[in-house]
Ligand binder design. Structure first.
Ligand SMILES: N[C@@H](CCC(=O)N[C@@H](CS)C(=O)NCC(=O)O)C(=O)O
Length: 228
């Protein structure tokens, strides 16, 4: 026992965010894999929202991936994964918020099953606009790279990475395209892909495609788009 447990699900991008930060900080932890299709009854006691990830540290629970990562950064300050300067920290939080409030809705809309060709084309353009904004207003303005805020990674990088690891799914199932002018975004992804935290938490494109197809089948059967 390490005193730290992460309740996780292998395919979950939000759990991956937390696993990456635990690895970056060299924190030992016990991984408790939850089968979300067949969750144990006790999981309701651990997870207030019924979701993964949940962190249990010294008997206390923290949930919501972005908040877990900020908690880890405060509880285990080395190496720091947020800037020392208050204004730069605010910018980091704006970028993390952008991921959840702009990038993810664009991805989810594109991946929604049963759309018309015109809807899919519109969602594809929306996602391309989000990527262009990230490149031009984020990566190009905030520092010299390769990471979002400069030469060393911050929580911002781990917030985004899982959704770019899955970009091949958006290409294959939604016809998404990586805009050619987003060269900083490409350089960022290349730098992130070489990190141990990325390598150790990575799954293949086939794995992600399989997961997405299953999710789409479930959503289609339930007649709703889901809320991941
Ligand atoms: N906002 C949450 C999202 C977590 C989430 O949606 N987890 C999914 C798996 S990827 C889940 O547990 N779904 C189960 C459910 O909604 O019942 C976070 O950032 O931690």
């Amino acid at each position: 026992m390490t005193g730290i447990e992460l309740f996780s699900y292998a395919a979950c991008p939000f759990a991956q965010r937390v696993r990456m930060v635990l690895i970056e900080k060299d924190i030992r932890f016990d991984l408790v894999e939850i089968d979300l299709a067949n969750r144990p009854a006790w999981f309701a006691e651990v997870s207030p929202y019924g979701k993964v990830p949940v962190l249990r540290h010294a008997g206390r629970i923290v949930w919501e991936s972005a908040i877990i990562n900020q908690y880890l950064d405060e509880a285990f300050p080395s190496p720091p994964l947020l800037p020392a300067d208050a204004y730069r920290r605010a910018l980091a939080r704006i970028c993390m918020d952008y991921c959840d409030t702009r990038l993810l809705p664009a991805v989810h809309k594109l991946m929604q099953p049963g759309q018309t060709a015109a809807d899919t084309a519109a969602q594809r353009e929306r996602l391309a606009g989000v990527l262009r904004f990230m490149d031009a207003e984020g990566l190009c303005r905030l520092g010299d790279g390769p990471y979002w805020l400069g030469a060393t990674p911050t929580l911002v990088d781990f917030q985004f990475l899982p959704f770019f690891e899955r970009f091949g799914v958006y290409e294959e199932l939604g016809g998404a395209e990586w805009p050619a002018e987003c060269t900083r975004l490409r350089a960022w992804y290349d730098a992130m892909s070489e990190r141990r935290s990325s390598i150790e938490t990575r799954h293949t494109l086939d794995f992600h495609l399989d997961q997405q197809r299953r999710l789409r089948a479930l959503q289609a059967a339930a007649g709703h788009p889901g809320n991941r």
